[in-house]
Write a protein that binds this ligand. Structure first.
Ligand code: ATP
Length: 262
């Protein structure tokens, strides 16, 4: 027998996020029922599904901002549903988030917006926090002179990047993006997606991204989780999902493609 024949298969690496048996109910409405999802370290995972299928709620549950009705969420090896107090806070700090609105404080410059987050969590003097904020601004792909501008003087694409810089403020291991490129033109969207891929490579981030944009899904993601019928209905590469023979999956992705191409 050859060595290859007796070698055991490579074990799949432990996921950085493992969701099992997740249920989410609001009153009598069930949004998720026995939903399972594994997120691999270092991947960019797209999260898609029809309106109201619970993408944002699932994202919030994985970020420990919302408690599911039932089920288990393991994050970075910890049973997150059992964490409280300081340990919960410490785990949250290992995650960065960019919500759809990007909400920056309009009365603060870009640098102040970011440095404020660093100062809240680290015992560093103001000057060092400002310097660190400058590093994040560069990582997000903003020109240095954007640092001292106020958000309402920036373009839509630059605001997204400023919000990205803030999401990177605490050196997260997990980055959650809720429709990060909504409202951006195709060129800015491509540039933003490329930046996310670069940051993943550079910083070893794991990225979970909700988006409706099929071009972004194809370009930026390693795998896509498709939510339907209250669970993760399909999980595969975008190319594989586009060729799926399953009726629900095919109908969704064909609809998304049609909507995108007008
Ligand atoms: N706190 C809440 N209380 C009651 N219902 C809620 C709450 N949060 C979300 N929902 C409901 O849960 C469902 C899923 O919401 P969610 O925002 O996750 O959908 P989504 O898949 O992100 O949709 P979209 O693509 O339209 O943004 C919706 O019907 C929403 O109204």
């Amino acid at each position: 027998m050859t060595a290859a024949a007796i070698a055991s298969p490579t074990p799949s690496p432990t996921p950085v996020i493992r969701v099992t048996g997740l249920c989410t109910r609001f009153g009598t409405t069930t949004i998720h029922e026995n939903l399972d999802l594994d997120v691999r370290r270092g991947e960019i995972l797209g999260l898609v599904g029809g309106s109201g299928t619970g993408k944002t709620v699932l994202l919030r549950e994985m970020m420990l901002l919302q408690t599911p009705s039932a089920g288990r969420i393991e994050i970075l090896g910890m049973d997150a549903t059992r964490l409280h107090g300081q340990r919960l806070q410490a785990l949250r700090q290992r995650m960065g988030v960019l919500f759809q609105q990007g909400a920056l404080f309009t009365g603060l410059t870009v640098r102040q917006n970011i440095s404020m987050v660093i100062r809240e969590h680290a015992r560093l003097d103001r000057e060092l926090c400002n310097e660190l904020a400058g590093v994040k601004i560069g990582l997000a792909g903003l020109p240095a002179d954007a640092a001292d501008k106020y958000p309402d003087t920036l373009s839509g694409g630059m605001i997204k990047r400023a919000a990205l810089a803030r999401a990177l403020a605490l050196d997260p291991e997990l980055l959650f993006l809720d429709e990060p490129t909504s409202g951006l033109d195709p060129i800015s969207t491509t540039a933003f997606d490329d930046r996310i891929a670069t940051l993943r490579d550079l910083l070893g981030l794991t990225v979970i991204m909700i988006t409706h944009d099929p071009e972004s899904l194809r370009r930026a993601t390693d795998r896509v989780a498709f939510l339907a019928h209250r669970r993760v209905w399909a999980l595969d590469t975008m190319d594989a999902l586009l060729e799926s023979t399953d009726d629900t999956t095919r109908a969704y992705f064909q609809g998304v493609q049609r909507a995108h191409h007008g």
